[in-house]
Design a protein. Structure first.
Length: 158
């Protein structure tokens, strides 16, 4: 079994309920939820004229391969009503693979570790809460260390 970290986010509809439903759909015999971070309310990035997000990180154990996990997460997003929109636009649910064991994957459809996670407090804050000493497989810095570099971004623990 490999340890994976998933990022969950929502800024449309009942954001908290969207996160809860996503966590329920993620949990499966081949994708066991181990730990769940607190929920954080965060300002939108890139496209700022949209509702604030609720974000959370979930640690899971899995025997799935990265592409299988990506397919599962995309299916959950579609099932929960996520529609194709412009990049960084509002969404009912967003499910991202942040880390997959210590794997480094770079394909057109999947990049692990998540390519922008180290510049996003809304990812690093909940990730550092549940795995502060986990090292990024490329930078070799801990989540706690990387969190210090993005402390200026607005994040509020719910």
């Amino acid at each position: 079994m490999k340890i994976v970290y998933l990022g969950l986010g929502s800024n449309l509809g009942d954001r908290g309920e969207n996160l809860r439903i996503a966590r329920e759909h993620i949990a499966a015999p081949d994708l066991r939820v181990v730990r769940v971070s607190s929920i954080y309310e965060t300002a939108p990035r890139e496209v700022e004229d949209q509702p604030w997000f609720l974000n959370q990180v979930v640690e899971c154990e899995t025997d799935l391969f990265p592409r299988q996990l990506l397919s599962r997460l995309k299916r959950i997003e579609r099932m929960m009503g996520r529609k194709k929109r412009a990049r960084n636009s509002p969404r009912e649910i967003d499910l991202d693979i942040l880390l997959f064991a210590d794997a480094v994957v770079k394909t057109p459809e999947l990049e692990i570790p998540h390519p922008r996670m180290i510049e996003r407090r809304f990812v690093l804050e909940p990730l550092a809460e549940i795995a502060p000493e986990k090292k990024h497989p490329v930078t070799k810095r801990t989540m706690k260390e990387m969190l210090g570099k993005v402390a200026d971004q607005a994040v509020k623990r719910i």
